[in-house]
Write a protein that binds this ligand. Structure first.
Ligand code: FDA
Length: 453
């Protein structure tokens, strides 16, 4: 069968936030762009769908106040945002299962542990400020921090196991969605620096501040609507030929010839594409040192937000619990109440080893431990399972193994001939977030525009 042949100045691979932002920036500057997307929809890891009558944000959704690239785009597109519900008290479950209802920002732990949490936070804030998000690998301390796991680095700083567990959780389970022994202290510092500070990661009112009315995917849909026919769906790129005279991207059903390409897919998926000639040795190596985290985003929808009756915000944290974080995720203008919970890394492995029924019982049971037995009566229950998605393969994003960031970080954004790279997973500010994806999309587009004569 004959494939459709298209010509462009730039071919963008992937219609997630990064690819669409790249295409938007290039199109505004007068470049002809074609975006090839593997799925039958745009938005990548941002996706809204109606499940058993409940509208859910299955992927990325929250915006923090420092994510100005995303906030600016949301405004440009004429979209509104709304704050996450946060009135009332929070719930904390300690490692021994003790449940405490508390107010304010301080965790209800012993004064000694609280002081250690504050001291460790200060150390991490200092390192995040010193190394910065842009090129932490270039700092003199980079190699030392990159050759020790975050787990062991924390134990080298403090003898308070509870404090180490608690601090570890906010980067391991909550952000990189890998166990703290699986990534380096440098990778943890990058995560903190990319969000402004480690303190910001501890502050759910900052990091999980606002949502987009209509859902985060609608941001990508609005960008795609402006691009019109330039976005081609159901077109996974299989082969990318490249050389001095340009690129040729061969996808299912369509071939695009262009001067340059932007790979706007997670780095863990680069090797799904065959390159002619192969990518250089350095890229082959670099790409093998990144892997996706794993987290189950659990959605539980109730007749009403019952927790609010007891002056609970729905915000819950737990150490060593199946569900490590819970938040009120009630939709804008919705009468029903929605909770969202996160089951991360090895807890997700354990849950996926169960049958679907056992898993639901265990997960809702864990939420009920925080918020009471009414949590068991969800009208709609859904698990976002990005690990099973062929064109994502994990969540939230990719990070380096021990030593990888200092060894390869400097090259992850460097173009190879006419091939440029853009994705949240290689971002500095907004790393692993939609904001970082947009920044990388704009950056790749600007690299190409700067090279134009
Ligand atoms: P993304 O993965 O979104 O897009 C890449 C696109 O490339 C996809 O559409 C894919 O189909 C396509 N593709 C892949 N291979 C291809 C090929 N060979 N040919 C053609 N197309 C191909 N962020 C945030 O800011 N706030 C939040 O609250 C959250 N929460 C969150 C929850 C969950 C469950 C997930 C999974 C993720 C988040 N995130 C988040 C992260 C956020 O969703 C993510 O950082 C961005 O969507 C990344 O955008 P990119 O465009 O970089 O990649």
């Amino acid at each position: 069968e004959q494939k459709r042949q298209l010509q462009a100045d730039v071919v963008v691979v992937g219609a997630g936030p990064a690819g669409l932002m790249a295409a938007r920036t290039l199109t505004k500057a007068g470049e002809r762009v074609v975006v090839l997307e593997a799925r039958d929809r745009v938005g990548g890891r941002t996706w809204s769908d109606t499940v058993d009558g409940a509208w859910l944000e299955i992927g990325g959704q929250w915006i923090s106040p420092d994510q100005t690239e995303l906030l600016g785009l949301v405004e440009d597109l004429g979209k509104e945002t709304y704050q996450r519900y946060r009135e009332g008290r929070s719930v904390f479950v300690a490692g021994d299962g003790t449940r405490t209802v508390y107010e304010g920002a301080d965790f209800p732990v012993s004064p000694g542990t609280l002081a250690e949490v504050e001291r460790l936070t200060g150390i991490l804030d200092g390192l995040a400020a010193e190394l910065g998000p842009e090129e932490p690998w270039a700092h003199p301390k980079a190699r030392e921090l990159d050759t020790i796991s975050f787990h062991h680095w924390l134990r080298a700083q403090s003898a308070d196991e509870d404090a180490c567990e608690l601090i570890g959780m906010f980067i391991a389970g909550a952000m990189l969605t890998k166990p703290a022994h699986a990534f380096s202290a440098l990778q943890a510092v990058l995560m903190a620096a990319s969000a402004g500070s480690f303190s910001n990661l501890l502050d759910e009112d900052f990091i999980l501040d606002r949502r987009v009315v209509g859902g985060m995917q609608s941001v990508s849909e609005a960008m795609a609507a402006e691009l019109g026919d330039a976005v081609v769906l159901n077109a996974p790129v299989r082969t990318l030929a490249w050389g001095a005279d340009g690129v040729r991207a061969e996808a299912d059903g369509v071939i695009v010839t262009a001067h340059r390409a932007i790979l706007a897919v997670p780095p863990t998926l680069y090797s799904r594409i065959s390159y002619e000639p192969p990518l250089p040795r350095r890229q082959h190596q670099l790409h093998q040192h990144l892997s996706m985290g794993l987290v189950i985003k659990v959605h539980a929808v109730y007749e009403r937000p019952f927790w609010r009756d007891e002056d609970l915000s729905g915000t819950c944290f737990g150490v060593g619990q199946i569900v490590q974080e819970v938040y009120d995720n009630t939709n804008y203008g919705d009468e029903r109440g929605t909770l969202v919970g996160f089951v991360s890394d090895e807890y997700a492995d354990a849950m996926f080893a169960l049958t679907a029924e056992e898993r639901k019982a265990a997960i809702l049971g864990s939420i009920a431990h925080y918020l009471g037995p009414e949590a068991l009566n969800a009208e709609v229950y859904y698990e976002s399972d990005w690990g099973s998605e062929e064109w994502t393969r994990g969540a939230y994003a990719a990070s380096f193994d021990l030593g990888g960031l200092s060894r390869y970080g400097a090259e992850q954004r460097t173009p190879v001939g006419p091939i440029h790279f853009a994705c949240s997973d290689i971002a500095s500010e907004g790393y692993q977030h939609v904001d970082g994806a947009l920044r990388m999309g704009r950056r790749a587009a600007e690299e190409i525009l700067a090279a134009r004569v």
